[in-house]
Design a protein around this ligand. Structure first.
Ligand SMILES: [Zn+2]
Ligand SMILES: [Zn+2]
Length: 177
């Protein structure tokens, strides 16, 4: 089974990260392309918080044949949460991740592209998992475990655990992971 993932840069996004995700998605899901960037919707900005509403950005993404993953550099939040690493439509078509809090510099550490790449991959595979119908997994090593902090992100693998993979396979979704 081949799925096409479309990567949608929202605003200016680091090209090296986009290309890395494209390569990995090609291996895992079959096909991937990077769409021309779109602007961050200004109405999604919350002045009192100094952050963007993740749901509004998610809803601004185009719908494509299979799955679209929005990638943005701005810090995002969702209702009742101080921030989110990403958001997705469960059993839908659209997902979104933010690189803002995946960057080591956010935590006062030196920039590190390799660290950023693997974190972005984990959060992207996690949100795509929601699009494919997966809910959060209690296995802290599984990519579908909920990440409350960057420590949780670093703790988990970028792959789905056996149980989550089985759930996908039961619905006829076979991926190379
Ligand atoms: Zn989640
Ligand atoms: Zn799992």
């Amino acid at each position: 089974m081949i799925m096409r993932i479309c990567i949608q840069p929202v605003g200016d996004v680091n090209d090296e990260i986009l290309k890395f995700l494209k390569k990995k998605f090609g291996e895992v899901f079959g096909m991937c392309e990077i769409l021309p960037k779109i602007d961050i919707p200004i109405y999604a900005y919350n002045f009192s918080r100094g952050q963007f509403n993740s749901t509004l950005i998610l809803k601004s993404l185009p719908t494509v044949e299979d799955i679209v993953l929005g990638v943005t550099e701005v810090d995002i939040y969702a209702d009742n949460l101080n921030f989110v690493f990403g958001e997705a439509e469960l059993f839908g078509k659209r997902a979104l991740i933010s690189l803002a809090r995946l960057r080591p510099e956010f935590y006062g550490l030196p920039p590190n592209k390799d660290v950023l790449k693997i974190r972005a991959l984990k959060e992207a595979i996690h949100e795509i998992g929601h699009v494919l119908g997966l809910i959060h997994c209690e296995n802290k090593r599984c990519v579908m475990s909920f990440s409350n902090s960057i420590i949780d992100v670093d703790l988990k693998d970028w792959r789905y655990c056996k149980k989550c993979l089985k759930k996908l396979q039961d619905r006829g979704i076979y991926i190379s992971i």
